[in-house]
Design a binder for this molecule. Structure first.
Ligand SMILES: [Zn+2]
Ligand SMILES: [Zn+2]
Length: 304
């Protein structure tokens, strides 16, 4: 027999699935939703954008808040954890958080080199703990944050070779800009046609333990550049790409957005990116990108 709370939960889930079917043809998992100061706002964003389940990116100090939110809304949340990788305590803190339920390390965004000692320690830790590590690659400083994060992306294949047991999830502007082989490292968000043969494209093909997170302006910018090229890219890497938003709008419909990109102004990145992928891929490929690949990687139930 089910109790009243479970009954209400089941009814809410059924109506949610109906909404997502209408929005995106089925369930969606957002692999890049930062835990907000008010966790209820995370739920509002998911409901507004038609997202079933989200990975809450959580600083280690806030782990209890993500755990509580996941318990309050069964089936809606899982969480990743991050810490300052330069802090010698971080490995211990992250290990404890994974034992406590974190399903991955992320997002990892620090002012270090992607092949420096701090990150090598993290790659080894992720392999030991058998969880993926989600990395922000930003070689070109953005106007909003004048720094390089996990710099040296062009050397990253040495890390892919050195850590074959680590599950890497790449994110952010330097990864997406490098789908094009002519990237000049002159802007975070290059435009215009894509020249085939870029290292991001090549490494997704060459390394089975390398995935991509499609969140933020960086991937949305990539999706908008060259639709003919991009349709082929989505089909080619259909088992490696995972939808994410990294959106800060209030309601999953673009409310309160301050995104400086004119393309995204007043819009929700989750909705814009899901709509773009839906338009450029076959239904079964879209299903993998918005749901199946992440549920496989995180060993979550395939049923919503
Ligand atoms: Zn990021
Ligand atoms: Zn949004």
């Amino acid at each position: 027999m089910i109790n009243r709370r479970q009954f209400i939960g089941a009814t809410a889930t059924a109506s949610l699935l109906g909404q997502q079917k209408a929005d995106w043809g089925g369930p969606a998992l957002d692999i890049h939703l930062h835990l907000r100061p008010d966790g209820e706002s995370n739920i509002a964003h998911m409901t507004g954008s038609g997202v079933t389940k989200a990975v809450l990116l959580t600083r280690v100090q806030s782990a209890d808040r993500s755990k509580a939110l996941a318990e309050k809304y069964p089936g809606r949340f899982v969480w990743f954890v991050s810490a300052d990788v330069a802090d010698p305590e971080s490995a211990g803190l992250l290990t404890k958080a994974v034992k406590d339920g974190a399903l991955g390390l992320g997002e990892i965004k620090n002012k270090v080199e992607c092949d420096g000692p701090e990150m090598k320690r993290m790659y080894a830790l992720a392999a030991d703990l058998n969880v993926p590590i989600q990395i922000h690659f930003g070689d070109v400083p953005q106007a909003s944050g004048n720094a390089v994060f996990n710099g040296g992306f062009k050397r990253f294949d040495a890390m892919l070779k050195a850590f074959p047991k680590t599950k890497f999830i790449a994110h952010a502007d330097t990864f997406w800009a490098n789908v094009s082989s002519d990237y000049a490292y002159d802007t975070a968000y290059p435009s215009g046609p894509i020249k085939p043969g870029g290292i991001s494209d090549k490494w997704l093909a060459d390394y089975p333990h390398f995935w991509a997170d499609m969140s933020a302006n960086s991937c949305n910018n990539f999706l908008s550049r060259d639709p003919d090229f991009t349709a082929g890219f989505l089909a080619r890497h259909q088992n490696k790409l995972m939808f994410g938003c990294d959106c800060s709008c209030s309601d999953g419909r673009g409310g309160g957005t301050t995104n400086p990109s004119p393309r995204l102004h007043g819009k929700c990145i989750a909705r814009e990116t899901l709509a773009a992928v839906q338009k450029m891929s076959k239904p079964q490929v879209f299903h993998k990108i918005r749901w199946g690949n992440a549920t496989n990687l995180l060993r979550l139930p395939n049923k919503a």
